[in-house]
Write a protein that binds this ligand. Sequence first.
Ligand code: ZN
Length: 115
Amino acid sequence: MNRKDEIYQELKALNDELKDIRENCKHPTYTISTFSWRVGSFDNMRMCVECDEVLGEPSEKELEEFNQEIIDKTPIIEKQTDTDTDSKHTIGLDLVEVEQRPMGIGTKIYKNENI
Ligand SMILES: [Zn+2]
């Protein structure tokens, strides 16, 4: 067996172990996290703090708190706009709207009421 095949075998063993851990976890606590189902597809989901199992969709309140946390963590970039030299009028500072939110894991821990 070459090294590549050994690596595949080790990855499978590790994945099996992770699956085992998740199957035996009671998921006592969760946080809200941006989860990628596949490339280009993201959702904010409840995720077990202990084993990272995806536990379903967050409540509206949890989603609000998570979004606020991401916004709070995102630096606001101040952009100086062009100065209108003819009228000596400075258009001024614009706040760049934060459109792209980074992927993140929430820091607020919720107790899982479903166990
Ligand atoms: Zn768990």
